[in-house]
Design a protein around this ligand. Structure first.
Ligand code: NDP
Ligand SMILES: O=C1O[C@H](COP(=O)(O)O)[C@@H](O)[C@H](O)[C@H]1O
Length: 541
């Protein structure tokens, strides 16, 4: 590996790298978080402490690492959740010294909106945990250097060589990195645990996802593989399971007898945010529908698991994904709607259309909006449609799951017979609300819709970053909130026909409607309303 001139002088010899020894908390008893300032984190600390470990982030100079991963790790560390010894090795292709990477990481923490407020001195202490290696991810040398880092950590880590490899790179590098780690034997668990976290999208279609799974399994056992979907790390998504399976009152209603339909919305006000290179290839189906929305759907529709453990939950999610009626290319126009945003006004500001975004092709056919109707062929949900939608440059950022109940069978009062709605607000204003009809004060028996509302802020705790939760889970070996191979496969099967019909390069391509077909700042194309059918409409959020 060639070293740049400035770098070879500045890079300290490996031997002199000091690690925080085992037995000494990564920050001591005086450290921030140790005073129990966050009661929820304090409770976690007692029951969940990972063994000493090294977190190796491939793609450590990228957008995700900078904005989300480093702040998430910092938050965990500052709250004393990372056990007795811990360090991070950033891996990238840019030539940088440890010192330069430390500067980069601290700057990232200072600029990211996701960083917890640093306690005095904690950024300086955190800086000491950081190391950096770089090289060609297709060669061997970079993995050799990473292996040496794990060797060097051994003593400080009480003789353990536990490592979590986080692949935060473009998806095309997932397989080469997995193979590279395998070639050098870094997946072997004889001197500690070894796990690999793989970012999304996992494949770009069913065939490539299967190939990637096969390639990953040629190195790793499935129990070592953590495919990340950050929506599963959101408190409010976990609360969906808590509410469904921790209360008796919902279960009797949660079926075709009482539910009219379900709406799942993941709306974003933002546009591309400079990610054209990725998004032009992905589009909204790969970016949001195949993963985040399918996970929300599976958690809403699945049967009660026998236990709250990784296999039981993932078995149930897989079962319901399998029960979704197939959407072959011929059915796509009946059950799915696509859109692309044009110029418009969001939050009072004029914004350009998708095709005017930097590095987007002037005639780009990439969809930025999707709405789809899923039908589930099982006893519970027969005849109950699930409507899923996601789009960029919609009027606001809001993610919600709304279970819309059937109307009362007979209207004996004046006033509309409205449908009750149980709505899980995933973000923002996290909470759960129940809409029902109530008598208005007065002499007449007139009904009006009212809302009973639970807000998460009632707990008085700031919600944790999903990446913190998932990173810690992976370090603890808990895969409950990570999609398993078969789930990912079924989610790809569901969207395969849509991709085939909409991808311009597909032989069965169906030409797009005239794009752009919705203005920025509106709720998407009109055809999405028609998808709902007679008597139903998208919720106004
Ligand atoms: N950004 C986000 O908000 C989200 C991202 N993800 C996923 O996370 C992963 C990373 O995304 P993101 O951080 O946005 O991507 P970026 O392009 O910003 O960063 C990717 C990282 O990989 C490195 N890299 C890129 N190409 C190569 C190469 N050929 N050889 C070696 N290193 C390379 C980059 O190095 P360099 O700095 O030199 O370019 C950088 O460190 C992707 O899989 C993405 O889909 C998932 C959810 C949200
Ligand atoms: O994975 C992704 O998710 C974000 C939305 O995540 P959220 O937690 O902010 O809701 C989306 O903007 C991005 O395009 C996609 O890659």
């Amino acid at each position: 590996m060639a070293q740049p001139a400035a770098e070879s002088a500045a890079k300290s010899p490996r031997k002199s790298r000091q690690r925080v020894p085992a037995g000494v908390p990564a920050h001591g008893a005086d450290a921030p978080g140790a005073d129990g300032q966050n009661p929820f984190r304090a409770a976690m600390r007692r029951s969940r402490a990972p063994e000493p470990a090294t977190l190796v982030i491939f793609g450590a100079t990228g957008d995700l690492a900078r904005r989300k991963l480093l702040p998430a790790v910092f938050g965990l560390w500052q709250d004393g959740l990372l056990g007795s010894a811990f360090n991070i090795v950033g891996v990238g292709r840019q030539a940088m010294t440890d010192e330069q990477f430390k500067d980069f990481a601290i700057e990232a923490l200072k600029t990211s909106k996701e960083t917890d407020t640093p306690q005095p001195g904690s950024l300086e202490k955190f800086r000491e945990l950081l190391y950096y290696e770089y090289g060609d991810f297709g060669g061997d040398e970079v993995y050799d250097l990473v292996g040496k880092q794990l060797d060097e950590a051994e003593e400080a880590h009480g003789g353990r060589k536990n490592a979590l490899f986080y692949l935060s790179t473009p998806p095309s590098l997932f397989e080469p990195i997995s193979n590279g780690l395998g070639r050098l034997g870094l997946h072997q668990q004889d001197e500690g645990w070894r796990r690999i976290v793989i970012e999304k999208p996992f494949g770009r279609d069913l065939a490539s996802a299967r190939e990637l799974n096969a390639a990953i399994h040629s190195v790793w056992d499935e129990s070592q593989v953590y495919r990340i979907d950050h929506y599963l790390g959101k408190e409010t998504v976990q609360n969906l399971m808590a509410i469904r399976f921790g209360n008796a009152i919902f279960e009797p209603l949660w079926n075709r007898g009482y539910v009219d339909h379900v709406q799942i919305t993941a709306a974003e006000d933002l546009g591309l945010e400079g990610r054209a290179g990725y998004y032009e290839e992905a589009g909204v189906v790969r970016d949001m529908l195949q993963n985040h929305l399918m996970q929300l759907f599976a958690l809403t529709a699945m049967e009660a698991p026998a236990a709250f453990d990784a296999d039981a939950i993932r078995d149930e999610k897989t079962k319901v994904l399998r029960a979704v009626r197939a959407i072959p290319v011929e059915r796509v126009s009946e059950v799915a709607v696509r859109g692309q945003y044009g110029p418009g006004v969001v939050d009072g500001e004029k914004v350009p259309g998708y095709r005017e975004e930097p590095n987007v092709k002037p005639q780009s056919p990439t969809p930025t909006y999707v709405a789809v109707k899923l039908e589930v062929d099982n006893w519970r949900w027969q005849g109950v449609p699930f409507f899923l939608r996601s789009g960029k440059r919609l009027p606001k950022k809001v993610t919600e799951i709304a279970v819309v109940f059937k109307r009362a069978p007979l209207g004996i009062f004046p006033g509309g017979l409205e449908r009750n709605v149980l709505a899980f607000r995933i973000q923002p204003d996290e909470g759960v609300s129940l809409k029902f009809s109530s008598k208005m004060p007065g002499q007449e028996m007139v009904l009006r819709e009212v809302v009973m509302d639970f807000r998460y802020d009632a707990f008085g705790a700031q919600l944790e970053s999903p990446y913190s939760r998932l990173l810690l889970d992976a370090m603890l070996g808990d895969a409950t909130l990570f999609p398993r191979e078969d789930e990912v496969d079924h989610a790809w099967q569901i969207v395969s026909g849509i991709l085939e019909a909409w991808d311009a390069s597909s032989p069965r391509h169906q030409p797009a409607p005239d794009f752009p077909n919705y203005d920025s700042g509106t709720w998407g194309p009109a055809a999405a309303d028609e998808l709902m059918g007679e008597g139903r409409r998208w919720r106004r959020l």
